[in-house]
Ligand binder design. Structure first.
Ligand code: ATP
Ligand code: MG
Length: 423
């Protein structure tokens, strides 16, 4: 036999046993987004490479080493999206959604990064992203954070920590950047290779290093808040007072700068204690300069992204036996005549009973074989259509999880009977 082809490392199938809890998670999150009036937008998963190098920043983990970039048949350089914000901004500019108006948008879908696969870190993963345009804040920054808190509550997730920081404006960062260069230069021989390189290209990136050996050094670095300009400081205070008002606890983490270059002012992360090293389930911030940088008119913007695989792991831990979509009825049909009628019967039951989930036996089989499938299907009851039933215009009913005898119900009474039996 030829060797079978395997999936790409770090790109996972989500199997039928897992999709119900994924769907549950997605539906809950989406209904919260809708309850705040946010609208969905869908973008392509492939964009021109330039979009990402111009927005995320050349000297970032993502652009330096994580992008899936390839030439298409026309020789254009394309990239599988390594995040959603750039594409959303591109779409907003392209379709005139951003100028002189407010937008509160969300999207969901796969994201691609060539990272080392491990728990909570994959090469294809999924995000729900949210982007708000045209609002200077800090009320909108607070709304985003409060909305995410509501999401965790709806999913039954506690034990999450909110970290916030302000990284000011590009102008106010210049002075801080110099402080960092001075600090890290004095420790030059303790820096890892990435950090040495970044010391002169993008010293703020050093703070975002994932290398545990760099941790102490980073903790000792000067904080950014002392270097903030007045406007950014007022913005940050406005955010904190709103979070206080909402009763949300948070930690100010002055080393939180986020892994992308486009942020300004507010940055935040939600970190779970239950996921090991990859604990950040949601991250975001303000990016007031990005729209202009990508060719639009200056537009305030703030957003976040949730990593769904990590959230999914938390939800599974919490509710392993979650009551999920299941089948109501499995229709057993014996003989060709019954098989033909079963198809009509199941379709008319779908018309007669709102929302009923009914699976018809296909592929024939003995009574015993069909009942085995019925059991395995997880359905609550089996309907049986044999020669006798076809002749008498009746249907057999057998509850699969109860020890009651099979009953025979007239076809005319069937829908009414099932409606109350399935309540
Ligand atoms: P990390 O610090 O874990 O590398 P990041 O700062 O690169 O995260 P963002 O670009 O902010 O992540 O993406 C938002 C969220 O997407 C993260 O908080 C995380 O939950 C999730 N995420 C990021 N990278 C991955 C990945 N490779 N696999 C699974 N989830 C991921
Ligand atoms: Mg990363």
């Amino acid at each position: 036999m030829p060797k079978s082809v395997q999936s790409i490392r770090g790109m996972n199938d989500i199997l039928p046993a897992q999709t119900p809890s994924w769907r549950w998670l997605e539906t809950r999150l989406q209904s919260i987004l809708m309850s705040y009036g946010y609208e969905e937008i869908r973008m392509p998963v492939v964009e021109h490479t330039e979009l990402f190098s111009r927005s995320i920043g050349e000297v970032t983990d993502i652009v330096e080493k994580e992008m899936y970039t390839f030439e298409d048949r026309n020789g254009d350089s394309l990239t599988l999206r390594p995040e959603g914000t750039a594409g959303c901004v591109r779409a907003g500019i392209q379709h005139g959604l951003l100028h002189n108006q407010q937008q509160r948008l969300w999207y969901m879908g796969p994201i691609f990064r060539h990272e080392r696969p491990q728990r909570g870190r994959y090469r294809q993963f999924h995000q729900i992203g949210v982007e708000c345009f045209g609002i200077e804040g800090p009320d909108i920054d607070a709304e985003l954070i409060i909305m995410t808190a509501r999401m965790w509550q709806a999913l039954g997730i506690d034990n999450v920590r909110l970290e916030i920081n302000s990284i000011g404006t590009p102008g106010s960062r210049a002075a801080y950047r110099q402080q960092l260069v001075d600090y890290f230069s004095a420790m030059h021989d303790q820096l890892d290779e990435d950090s040495k390189r970044r010391l002169h290209t993008n010293p703020l990136r050093i703070l975002d290093s994932k290398n545990p050996d760099m941790k102490d050094l980073i903790m000792g670095a000067p904080g950014i808040l002392d270097a903030l300009d007045g406007e950014s400081q007022r913005h940050f205070e406005g955010l904190m007072s709103r979070l206080d008002e909402a009763g949300l606890e948070y930690v100010v983490n002055q080393r939180l700068v986020r892994g992308l270059d486009y942020y300004s002012r507010t940055v935040f992360e939600w970190v779970s204690e239950e996921l090991g090293a990859q604990g950040t389930i949601c991250a975001g911030g303000r990016y007031d300069d990005l729209v202009e940088q990508l060719g639009g008119r200056p537009t305030n913007a703030v957003g976040f992204a949730i990593g769904l695989e990590r959230l999914q792991e938390l939800v599974e831990q919490r509710a392993p036996g979650m009551e999920l979509t299941q089948l109501d009825i499995y229709l057993v049909a014996l003989g060709v005549k019954a098989n033909v009628q079963a198809m009509q019967l199941s379709d008319s039951l779908r018309d007669e009973i709102e929302g009923v989930r009914i699976m018809m036996n296909c592929g024939g089989g003995s009574f015993k074989a069909q009942f085995k499938r019925a059991d395995r299907s997880g359905a609550r009851l089996a309907l049986i259509l044999g020669e006798d039933e076809v002749r008498d215009n009746t249907v057999g009913v057998k509850f699969l999880r109860e020890d009651t005898p099979q009953e025979s119900i007239d076809r005319e009474q069937l829908a009414g009977y099932l409606r109350s039996a399935l309540l």
